[in-house]
Ligand binder design. Sequence first.
Ligand code: ZN
Length: 159
Amino acid sequence: MSVADLSNGERAVALYASDMPDRYRNRRGDLDLLTFWVLQGAARLGLDELYRSAAYAYGYRLLWAAGWATPEQDAAHARRFPSASRLDRAERLAAVVTCRSTMTSEARKRGLRPLVDGACDCAGTGWAAFDMGDDTQAFQACPGHNPDGRTVLPAGVTA
Ligand SMILES: [Zn+2]
């Protein structure tokens, strides 16, 4: 395996799981060291777990950014990544690696597939109803389960 086989999110999760010191600061010329940590973290987690954790992290990021994250999703994310500052650092450093290396199209595609951990306002359907304030309901695409809005709407409703 090489770093090119991993998405940006997978590189971040691998760095999180590696021996990278919590206070590590990137220096020019450290790309080999970062690459080493990415591969170390990937080996430590195993690819299945790495793919899954990165997809959960991405799904949570989408939900959180849209203000949709439920307390259960917050808790699942905190269990998976107990140190928010380490995850933040790992994400920044993964971006440094990604700027200076290649990525296979398979890794790129995999990096765009979110997973959601914990009860979701859409109940996994990809759509959540909200009250328009006049007793009518509208449906909104779930940022975690349906980020493209492509999932078919429940029968009889329009977005
Ligand atoms: Zn959802």
